[in-house]
Design a protein around this ligand. Structure first.
Ligand SMILES: NC(=O)c1ccc[n+]([C@@H]2O[C@H](COP(=O)([O-])OP(=O)(O)OC[C@H]3O[C@@H](n4cnc5c(N)ncnc54)[C@H](O)[C@@H]3O)[C@@H](O)[C@H]2O)c1
Length: 247
């Protein structure tokens, strides 16, 4: 039997560039309406314009719960009630554990982890009420194994996401809302632009698949998990890492 694809309303944080932009594009291709949330308003607007007519940008700093609430009100006014949430925004900071200042620790945790707590609590109750929802949280290999490049604050925030995913998955399992995590590694995005080319070559050579991942390879999995037929998949973590970490 042919299935009619439903057009859902999706919020993707950190959608201005990199994996978030690829996720927004993938979900748009699948017919959904897209709210691109990013602290960088210009990048989000440019990405939304490139993606197409059912995408719009909303400027918000995910560290700021009041700004997030305002942006989500604007999303609801523009599109309606979101049924898909992709928590992707993050700050990646390479720093030896001994050199991390407390302010930077707090900032990275607020950006990467507290934002998942805030956005999920903002959007999940309405999903639960309507009996359908898809939440995907972008974790990292760093949250499983410690960071290759990124600091202990980043790695700790990503480890926190893994357990928060399970907590929300259990809370929401009976109401048609799934919550899953993806743990990417070594994916070629602007986050690598400033890195030493020699170090990048060495890092690439160490990946069993023999190359960096592409943002679209992460985005395709997000798109799948946000589909209609994935209601039995919840509380899981999916590795997208070219074989760097196998378990
Ligand atoms: N690229 C990789 O190899 C890799 C590996 C593991 C995990 N990840 C994870 O995947 C996700 C995307 O990574 P990426 O490489 O595309 O990152 P990126 O740095 O290229 O993009 C991050 C986006 O988030 C936005 N952002 C940052 N702080 C924000 C804030 N306070 N409020 C709102 N938006 C904010 C940025 O403006 C940017 O558009 C992140 O969660 C990252 O931790 C990436």
């Amino acid at each position: 039997m042919e299935r009619t694809a439903l057009s859902r309303i999706a919020v993707v944080t950190g959608a201005g560039q990199g994996i978030g932009a690829a996720v927004a594009e993938d979900l748009h291709t699948r017919g959904h309406r897209l709210a691109l949330l990013d602290v960088d308003a210009e990048k989000a607007a440019a990405t939304a314009a490139r993606i197409g007519p059912r995408a719009a940008a909303f400027a918000a700093d995910v560290r700021d719960p009041a700004a997030v609430r305002d942006a989500l009100d604007a999303v609801r006014a523009r599109f309606g009630t979101p049924e898909i949430l992709v928590n992707n925004a993050a700050r990646t900071v390479p720093r030896p554990v001994w050199e991390i200042e407390l302010d930077e620790w707090d900032d990275v945790l607020a950006t990467n982890l507290r934002s998942v707590f805030v956005l999920t609590r903002e959007l999940a109750p309405a999903m639960r009420e309507r009996g359908f929802g898809r939440i995907v949280n972008m974790a990292s290999l760093a949250g499983q194994q410690g960071g290759l490049v990124a600091g202990a604050h980043y790695a700790s925030s990503k480890a926190g996401i893994l357990v928060l995913t399970k907590i929300f998955a259990k809370e929401l399992a009976a109401s048609g809302v799934t919550v899953n995590a993806i743990a990417p590694a070594a994916t070629r995005t602007p986050v690598m632009d400033g890195m030493d080319p020699e170090q990048l070559r060495a890092a690439e050579a160490a990946i069993p698949v023999g190359r960096f991942g592409r943002p679209e390879e992460v985005a395709g999995l997000v798109g799948y998990l946000c589909g209609e037929d994935t209601g039995f998949i919840t509380g899981a973590t999916f590795d997208v890492n070219g074989g760097v970490f196998m378990r």
